[in-house]
Ligand binder design. Structure first.
Ligand code: FES
Length: 152
């Protein structure tokens, strides 16, 4: 039985063999880099500029219910409560900082209550009972042209 290296050496001229070896190497390197780039971009999508665009919530100041001190809204994927205290506004993300459940604003006690593990936050989002140890996220807001703008 003849050695396959001897056959290929005898059947292919040396220049063509080197060319084929280089094609195989380049194809292997290209495949490796393609696979790595797909993995890296799936882990870090911001590398290609796929940043999440921030969402805005706008409400005319005049349309805030006069008989209420708060209202519930949503900006992007965040549910929030918007408080009105005379002429100032503040907003808190309703997502519990313990394990991500949605808290409920309870106006009678002036507390946020999370039913998942009985977490309680005060009106300023500070945890006061239960497992949460981080405050609720206070959302950025400002007024512009008589509108309250909340940014996700
Ligand atoms: S998720 Fe809110 S207390 Fe656990």
């Amino acid at each position: 039985m003849e050695d396959i290296n001897k056959i290929s050496k005898t059947q292919l001229p040396e220049g063509r063999r080197d060319f084929l070896k280089n094609v195989v190497k380049i194809t292997g390197i290209f495949t490796l880099f393609s696979s790595l780039s797909v993995i890296i971009l799936s882990i870090f999508p911001s590398i290609i500029g796929e940043k999440k665009r921030s969402q805005r919530f706008a409400l005319a100041v005049d349309s805030f219910p006069t008989d209420q001190e708060y209202l519930i809204g949503k900006v992007g994927d965040k549910n929030f409560v918007l408080f009105k205290d005379n002429t100032t506004f503040s907003a808190y993300n309703l997502q519990c900082t313990h394990a991500g459940c949605t808290t409920q604003w309870q106006p009678k006690t002036e507390q946020f209550y999370c039913a998942c593990h009985n977490g309680i936050f005060d009106k300023n989002g500070k945890p006061i009972s239960g497992p949460p140890n981080k405050p609720l996220e206070k959302l950025m807001l400002y007024t512009e042209n008589s509108h309250i703008i909340i940014i996700e």
